[in-house]
Write a protein that binds this ligand. Structure first.
Ligand code: FAD
Length: 531
């Protein structure tokens, strides 16, 4: 295979980003929230030639978008509900994502073990339909497997009472790295994207939203920017931003989102060796459970538990941990114990209940919801990572239909490669230079390319990767590096805690000021603790 062309990544010094934020001007579109949804809108709008600014109160993907099960999927379960259009769209998006970001998103084979005679024909037939819907975008055909072949493909499976299985294909990805790539690709197209900068209020004139008040989280500096169109893409936090859009004496708005949490437990690869993921389509209480090889470890999950409060760092409940370990014990030959868990992390799903106080412009659109308030504030939430690009097109279509932006044709992002796009290793393999795609040559040119802070197989975390994160990926803290540029916090929280001082020292050298480890150490300890 030919060596991919080497790309020279741009640097985004924070001073320069903030100077652009301070400039007196009007932007076409301002986006609040730097998760999958907001970043997708920023990239699409920038590619269409709009002037774009995006602010994220913490780090890119620090909310739900770094806490997914990491599947690029069509959603087999929607097929069971007969929602063919939704599955077809997601399969289309699956193909686009795997093509446009092949360094961080790759195909993944799944095996569904069958312990009852009817499971193979029942699930296999559904999955054949899934293949048919994918058509030429399919990743591999569904196959019925005998018991011996199932054991061969899933060496860690519980063989007792095993009838056989079904193999099918979907994709998987590194969610936070994809988010950072979206941010950087949008920036390379002229968008101003700034992390660690929160929206604190909306600039309203004559009942219309005309801009956003901001606070730089690092200095506390207050800023205001003006925009023709403001998009609220804050995931489970959308209601707090909608509340900023309230007339001074109006009562609080009915909430639009009901959060529900999903827990993941990470264990070593020897619990599920091989390159196949395992899917239990129906657990004892009717849920779905995945065991997914990811970056050298195995992710077990997830749950779906309604929560009243929206926390930045939700923690698992005892019954959620018991459910995941209990169900894993039924399908894995070696049952993981509490002490085997290397990291436990939780994401909040924004389940949408559209309120009726925003006038007739509200629309329920497929899995996600786009709502345009009377003030012109555009709110988008729900959906899934896999369909972020299609959601962005929907959001911009609504902005244009409402006259907030001039009409410009959609579709350019469907075939737009993200920065560094080049075929790499499967995402299931330990993290390493391959995740940088065609930017790997630039990474290797930085100081410390062979100084490994942590090693896993041929990969790990090098000093150069920390420097790359600071110079080119807008990382500002130890957590930005160890949780989202490199995923060590999610893979092995104790190891991440151990690395914190070394990462802080390299960051301090790059950023020119002292970098704290205290908050990260507390966070890493909480990821190691089970209730
Ligand atoms: C447990 C779980 C598993 C999942 N698994 C998958 C999967 O395998 N595949 C898949 O396709 N999808 C999956 N999803 C869905 C997917 O993760 C979400 O749909 C997606 O990440 C939502 O992105 P978002 O940008 O809307 O929200 P978020 O990622 O939460 O982004 C919102 C951002 O807004 C920021 N923000 C909040 N307030 C402000 C403010 N005032 N100013 C500035 N910024 C602000 C937050 O810090 C946050 O970063 C999963 C979801 C969960 C919960």
């Amino acid at each position: 295979m030919a060596e991919p062309l080497s790309d020279t990544p741009a640097a985004w010094p924070r001073d320069a980003l903030l100077a652009r934020l301070r400039a007196a001007r009007e932007w076409d579109i301002a986006i609040i929230g730097g998760g999958a949804t907001g970043l997708g809108v920023a990239l699409d709008a920038a590619v269409r030639g709009f002037s774009v600014v995006l602010v994220e109160s913490r780090d890119f993907a620090e909310g739900t978008s770094s806490r997914a099960t990491k599947l690029v999927h069509g959603g087999v379960r929607y097929l069971a509900q007969g929602n063919v259009a939704l599955v077809r769209e997601a399969l289309h998006e699956r193909a686009a994502l795997l093509a446009n970001a092949p360094h961080v998103a790759t195909p993944l084979p799944f095996v569904m073990p069958a312990y009852h005679w009817w499971e193979r024909p029942f699930y296999g037939t559904g999955l054949k339909m899934y293949d048919a819907l994918a058509g030429r975008r399919g990743l591999g055909g569904t196959e019925w497997l005998g018991a011996a072949r199932t054991r061969e493909l899933l060496p860690g499976v519980n063989a007792q009472g095993l009838h056989g299985g079904v193999r099918y294909w979907d994709g998987q990805f590194d969610d936070a790295r994809l988010a950072v790539l979206l941010a950087r690709t949008a920036a390379s197209r002229g968008a101003l994207v700034v992390n660690h900068c929160a929206a604190t209020g909306l600039l309203r004139e004559a009942g219309q939203v005309r801009g956003v008040h901001l606070r730089d989280a690092e200095t506390g500096e207050a800023l205001t920017l003006r925009a023709r169109c403001v998009v609220n893409a804050t995931g489970v936090w959308v209601d707090a931003v909608r509340d900023m859009d309230r007339e001074p004496d109006a009562p609080p708005r009915a909430p639009m989102v009901a959060p529900s949490q999903g827990v993941h437990l990470v264990v070593d690869r020897h619990f599920l060796p091989g390159r196949h993921a395992l899917l239990v389509p129906k657990t004892a209480d009717g849920r779905v459970l995945f065991a997914v090889p990811w970056l050298g470890k195995v992710i077990l999950g997830t749950t779906d538990t309604p929560r009243d409060a929206v926390s930045a760092e939700p923690r698992p409940l005892p019954e959620e941990v018991a459910f995941i370990l209990g169900e894993s014990a039924r399908v894995l030959a070696r049952a993981p114990q509490r002490a085997d868990v290397r990291s436990a992390w939780v994401g909040l799903r924004p389940l949408v209940k559209p309120p009726d106080d925003d006038g007739p412009t509200q629309a329920l659109s497929r899995e996600h919801t786009v709502l345009v308030g009377r003030s012109g504030l555009v709110t988008v939430t729900g959906g899934k990572w896999t369909t972020y690009r299609a959601m962005a097109e929907d959001v911009l279509a609504r902005c244009m239909a409402r006259g907030l932006l001039p009409q410009r044709a959609a579709g350019a992002t469907a075939t737009l490669p993200l920065l560094g796009a080049a075929p790499g290793l499967p995402v299931a393999e330990p993290p390493g230079e391959h995740l940088y795609g065609s930017e790997a040559a630039a990474l290797r040119a930085l100081p410390g390319a062979t100084h490994w802070l942590w090693r896993d197989g041929a990969g790990g975390l090098s000093e150069a990767m920390v420097r790359f994160a600071a110079r080119h990926e807008m990382a500002r803290s130890v957590a930005d590096v160890l949780a989202r540029r490199c995923r060590l916090l999610f893979l092995d929280a104790a190891e991440a805690e151990r690395l914190a001082p070394a990462v802080a020292a390299i960051l301090a050298d790059e950023l020119g000021h002292a970098v704290d480890t205290e908050a990260f150490v507390a966070l890493a300890r909480s990821y190691q603790r089970l209730p």
